[in-house]
Design a protein around this ligand. Structure first.
Ligand code: UDP
Length: 234
């Protein structure tokens, strides 16, 4: 069992059955899954993406600067964090939303000691704003956060059940890999699970990454227990 885990959720996952916005039913279900992880003894940090509202790289252009587009993306992650925090609390899961961008009226600032304190006091910590800096995604922000908070693993939730040697949607003979090296994740062009900035950080600091289907009931708990699910990159 990992004692502290970082779960990375994309905006698309939070949108659930909708094309955009937030699927509160999915968030309620997720609260139940996270509760199991907490009851099993792990502290849980969640980094949320914002792709259900905005992605900087797509938004930039037509007069919108890349930095501004990324700011908009960061605000999108904030919206998700706030909503998820409310749903978790409504479901009886003590949760705090911390933000890496200045938004004192809206959420507590991300302060290392404060985040640790919340986790030690049995609260789920949801971080909005990514890293607070442009030109990176929440995958990279998740890696930084996991290192900063001494998480034993980064669990990245995806639509598929792991990493395949080629795109399973296009190739019938695509093989799922249970384990993969950081080197392969960075160098194999057919494998795109996380951006290289994130993977490079994981490799440098030997922080394992699990790519898995978080929508399968019990899977988050299994992964937190160290039971092989999805693909482990180490
Ligand atoms: N973003 C950023 N810095 C960060 C994290 C996110 O600038 O540290 C911006 C970036 O524009 C990104 C957007 O926020 O595209 C939303 O995050 P992401 O694309 O990672 O969301 P996901 O695809 O996981 O839903």
């Amino acid at each position: 069992m990992y004692t502290r885990i970082l779960l990375k959720l994309s905006g698309e996952q939070l949108a659930g059955k909708f094309d955009g916005g937030i699927d509160t039913e999915f968030c309620q279900w997720l609260a139940g899954e996270i509760r199991q992880v907490q009851q099993a003894g792990a502290e849980v940090v969640i980094m949320v993406g914002g792709g259900n509202y905005a992605r900087g790289a797509q938004l930039a252009g037509g007069g919108i600067k890349r930095v501004t587009a990324d700011h908009i993306g960061m605000l999108a992650t904030m919206m998700n964090s706030l909503a998820l925090t409310d749903v978790f609390e409504e479901e009886g899961l003590p949760t705090r939303c911390l933000t890496t961008i200045f938004a004192n009226q809206v959420a507590e600032p991300f302060v290392h000691r404060l985040a640790n304190k919340h986790l030690e006091n049995g609260r789920i910590v949801i971080v909005g704003g990514g890293s607070g800096r442009p030109y990176v995604t929440t995958d990279t922000a998740a890696l930084i956060l996991a290192l900063e908070l001494d998480c034993g693993v980064v669990m990245k939730a995806t639509k598929v059940d792991g990493v395949y040697d080629k795109d399973p949607n296009e190739h019938d003979d695509a093989q799922k890999m249970d384990e993969m090296s950081y080197e392969r994740a960075v160098t194999d062009g057919a494998i795109k699970v996380m951006d290289n900035a994130a993977m490079g950080m994981a490799m440098e600091h030997k922080l394992p990454i699990i790519i898995f289907d978080a929508l399968k009931p019990g899977n988050i708990l299994q992964a937190a227990k160290g039971v092989p699910v999805g693909t482990k990159i180490s």
